[in-house]
Ligand binder design. Structure first.
Ligand code: SF4
Length: 334
């Protein structure tokens, strides 16, 4: 089997998009991501070093990866983030970043130098008090300033907003209206179950509910359905005349696994073949022993379930016995 088939699973899905979590740490404490009691973080020595991130990423590029997204926790809290970015920027791959934007202003030049054009920013409320409630930190103004700065600096900005019923679903219209004079894409993400995030199906705001709100505000003719990019996890829309657009990522009510091209590398060097998969394959130990990680990658890809890590039904997906086996979101990086 040649290297370039390694990333194709038994359902014919080619996994050309690698999401690398650089750290399990963050400077925010979002309630749907970081369990109240925190998470046990891996000791520094168990995390991939900058050289290991680079070398392992290079092997994935050799296998057919064409896009790498850097995530966390919050990737920018890693003191050697700049070093990692510089190394990865030498690879023939599209680099992108997901961040909470609290300290991103310190990295604008490095991001540009590394060729990063798209940045996804997590922001779940346009109100400072609600921001503080959900992140357990008081950084709303800094995040808003930095989003404006990224737009001014010419980055393509996508805002990831996790919707939780009874908390921020009353801001859906405000978030869409924010795209009127800002060339951003606001992506509404369905609340997903992970270890320790007190997920409950009743807190879900569905694709349909979001659209109905938009139609009520701008009428069905005022909201245009856009063409989604290949492998896009989101369904995209825009309001006529608005600079930006909005999108809906409905993993719970409308999974999009049939065209999944994503695999994940955790900060401690383990491959996750699906966001919801409880099983992981350790690459870092073999890599550190000088062994070949290719067979391990093949093993992980061939073990991939068709839908949501094997939780294909709503019952299995909503069963805490299933999702509590998985990591908490902070240790996966979305
Ligand atoms: S749930 Fe898993 S298989 Fe489905 S799209 Fe997400 S990562 Fe891919």
């Amino acid at each position: 089997m040649t290297d370039t088939n390694i990333l194709t699973d038994k359902y014919g899905r080619k996994h050309s998009y690698l999401r690398i979590s650089l750290t399990e740490r963050c400077n925010l404490r979002c309630t749907y991501c970081m369990p109240e009691h925190g998470v046990a973080v891996s000791p520094w020595g168990k995390l991939m070093s900058p050289d290991e991130v680079f070398e392992i990423a290079k092997r994935f590029v050799g296998m057919g990866v064409t896009k790498i997204r850097l995530t966390g926790g919050e990737p920018l809290v890693r003191k050697d983030f700049g070093q990692i970015l510089e190394k990865l920027s030498t690879l023939d791959v599209e680099l992108s970043l997901t961040s909470n934007a609290v300290i991103i202003d310190r990295y604008i030049d490095q991001l540009k130098a590394a060729g990063i054009k798209t940045v996804n920013i997590s922001l779940d409320s346009l109100h400072p008090t609600k921001f503080k409630t959900i992140t357990r930190r008081d950084n709303f103004d800094k995040v808003k300033q930095n989003i404006d700065k990224l737009i001014q600096e010419g980055f393509k900005v996508k805002i990831n907003c996790v919707l939780i019923k009874g908390f921020n679903d009353n801001e859906i219209i405000d978030f869409i209206r924010y795209t009127q004079n800002n060339p951003v894409t606001v992506r509404f993400i369905e609340f997903m179950p992970f270890d320790g995030n007190r997920w409950n199906r009743d807190k879900l705001v569905s694709h349909e509910e979001i659209l109905n709100m938009a139609f009520a505000e701008w009428s069905a003719t005022g909201v245009e359905r856009l063409v989604d990019e290949a492998h896009d996890t989101s369904r995209n829309y825009s309001v006529h005349g608005f600079q930006g657009s909005f999108a809906i990522i409905s993993t719970v009510t409308n999974p999009f696994c049939d065209s999944c091209n994503r695999i994940r590398l955790t900060a401690n060097g383990r491959i996750k073949n699906c966001l919801f998969s409880n099983s992981e394959v350790d690459l870092l130990t073999t890599f550190r022993e000088g062994g070949d990680i290719t067979p391990l990658v093949a093993q992980a890809i061939q073990a991939k379930a068709p839908i949501r890590g094997g939780m294909s039904t709503d019952e299995s997906f909503s069963d805490p016995n299933n999702y509590n086996q998985n990591r908490s979101m902070i240790a996966i990086g979305g």
